[in-house]
Design a protein. Structure first.
Ligand code: EZ4
Ligand code: CO
Length: 402
C-alpha cells in the first residue's frame, strides 16, 4: 500500500489551519493536522519541501518505521515545527490504516476503555458576575467540567477572556497585540473568583484554571495553596516548564493538582515531571507532540506514575487533530479529561466530522479512520491570513510570558 501523492492545504475558515493529505495507490486518503498557531507556514514548508518527497513510494502501513525515519532519521530532533510535521504524517497514516481496515482508529489502539470522553469548556468574563453567568451557561449545556478565567481589575487584556460566549481565539491579524500583566493584582484577585464560583455552584462541577505560564514557582505555590479550599480539578501551566525541577517548589507548597504540557513536543520535555511525580495531568497533544504514536509513549510513562492525560484542545487544534485526540482519549487507560473549545461554524463546514458532544462528554464516532474530511473546494474560499499570538509585558515594559 504505497503512498503515491500528498499535499499541504492551508486555509482560514475563522482561523488558520494547516492540513496534510496523503493518498495511497488504492485511492485511500488520510488527513493530519499540522497547525502551529502564529508560525503556520514554517510547518507547511517543512512538510511540502522536506517531508513529502520522502513519503512518496513508502508503505503507508509502516507507521512506527515512518515515525522514526522522520525523527531519528532527520538527525535534527524535537522542536514544535518538526514535531507538528511528524505528528501530521503519523495521524494521516493512522487515518489511512483505519479506512483500509474499515474500522475507527480507537479500535486499532486497543478499543474503548470508557463510554465517552469527559471534556471541559472555557467560561470567561470581563467581571466576576459575567464569569459566573458564563460558567452557568456551560453547566446548562451539560458540561461537568468548566475552566474559568476572568479579566483582572487594573490589568489590560488578561489571558483567556474572549470575544463572544463560546468562541475564543487569542491570535490576532496584523502585528501581535501587546498585553500588560501584574502578578500582584492577579494573585490577589483569583482566590476571590473561585470563592464566588464555589458559592454559586457548589462542589459538584469540576472547576479548572489556566495560569498560562505567568508565575514563578514560589508564586505558583502560593496561588495553589490559596485555591485549596475551592478544590480545583487542576491549576494549569503555573510556571514556564523548560526547567522541570522548578515544579518541586510548587509541590512543596500545595496539594492543588497541577497540569502542564500544551507546548511540549516530546517525552523528554516531561520525563522528569512525570518520574518525580511533580504533576498530576500531562497536556501534550497529538498535534504538537509527534502524533498518536508518540503520545501513546508519553501516556504509558505517565500511567506508571499515576499521572493522567488532559490533552490540550484549543481551537488551534483543527477538527482533524481533535478527532485524533478523541480516538486516543477513548482508548488510553489513564485518561483524565480533554479540553474542548468549539470551532466556528465555517470551520465545521470545511471539516465535516463524525465526533459529537453529549452531556459534557464527546465520542469520536464509528466512521472508519479518524472520521473527519476536508472539503477542499470550500477551504479554497478561505485563504491563509497572517496572525500572531499576543506578546505580554509587565507594567514597566519588560517582556513577560504571555
Ligand atoms: O493559549 O492554544 O489551555 N489552553 C490554552 C490555549 C493557548 C492557545 C495558544 O495558541 O492555553 O488557549
Ligand atoms: Co493552556
Amino acid at each position: 500500500m504505497r503512498i503515491v501523492d500528498g499535499k499541504v492545504i492551508v486555509c482560514s475558515p475563522g482561523r488558520n489551519f494547516v492540513t496534510l493529505k496523503l493518498v495511497t495507490e488504492d485511492g485511500v486518503h488520510g488527513l493530519g493536522d499540522a497547525t502551529l498557531n502564529g508560525r503556520e507556514l514554517a510547518v507547511a514548508s517543512y512538510l511540502s519541501d522536506h517531508v513529502l518527497p520522502l513519503l512518496i513510494g513508502r508503505d503507508a502501513r509502516r507507521i512506527e518505521d515512518t515515525w522514526h525515519y522522520l525523527y531519528t532519521g532527520a538527525y535534527w530532533r524535537r522542536g514544535p515545527v518538526t514535531m507538528a510535521a511528524i505528528g501530521a504524517v503519523d495521524t494521516a497514516l493512522w487515518d489511512i490504516l483505519g479506512k483500509t481496515l474499515d474500522t475507527p482508529v480507537y479500535q486499532l489502539l486497543g478499543g474503548a476503555s470508557r463510554e465517552s470522553v469527559m471534556v471541559y469548556g472555557h467560561a470567561n468574563g470581563e467581571t466576576v458576575d459575567d464569569t459566573v453567568k458564563a460558567v452557568a451557561h456551560y453547566i446548562d449545556m451539560g458540561y461537568r467540567a468548566v475552566r474559568a478565567q476572568c479579566a483582572i481589575p487594573g490589568v489590560l487584556h488578561a489571558y483567556g477572556v474572549g470575544r463572544g460566549q463560546l468562541y475564543y481565539e487569542p491570535a490576532e491579524k496584523g502585528r501581535p497585540l501587546e498585553s500588560v500583566w501584574s502578578t500582584e493584582r492577579y494573585l490577589d484577585f483569583v482566590p476571590s473568583l473561585f470563592e464566588r464560583l464555589r458559592k454559586e455552584f457548589g462542589f459538584d462541577v469540576h472547576l479548572l484554571h489556566d495560569v498560562h505560564h505567568r508565575l514563578t514557582p514560589i508564586e505558583a505555590g502560593r496561588l495553589g495553596k490559596s485555591l485549596e479550599p475551592y478544590r480545583l480539578f487542576w491549576l494549569e501551566d503555573p510556571t514556564p516548564a523548560e526547567l522541570q525541577s522548578a515544579f518541586r517548589i510548587i509541590r512543596q507548597h500545595t496539594t492543588t493538582p497541577i497540569a502542564v504540557g500544551e507546548v511540549f513536543n516530546t517525552i523528554f520535555d516531561c520525563a522528569q515531571l512525570i518520574e518525580e511525580h511533580l504533576i498530576d495531568y500531562i497536556r501534550t497533544t497529538v498535534i504538537h507532540a509527534g502524533g498518536i504514536t508518540h503520545l501513546r509513549k508519553i501516556a504509558a510513562l505517565a500511567e506508571l506514575h499515576h499521572v493522567r492525560t488532559g490533552a490540550h484542545g484549543a481551537t488551534d487544534l483543527g477538527p482533524v487533530s481533535l478527532a485524533a485526540a478523541l480516538h486516543f482519549d477513548l482508548n488510553v487507560h489513564n485518561f483524565g479529561i480533554q479540553e474542548y473549545m468549539r470551532h466556528t461554524e465555517e470551520t465545521d463546514r470545511v471539516f465535516p466530522h463524525a465526533y459529537s458532544f453529549q452531556r459534557g462528554a464527546m465520542h469520536p464516532g464509528d466512521a472508519p479512520g479518524l472520521g473527519v474530511d476536508l472539503d477542499e473546494a470550500l477551504a479554497a474560499k478561505y485563504p491563509y491570513e497572517p496572525a500572531y499570538l499576543p506578546v505580554n509585558r509587565l507594567q514597566d515594559g519588560t517582556v513577560h510570558s504571555w
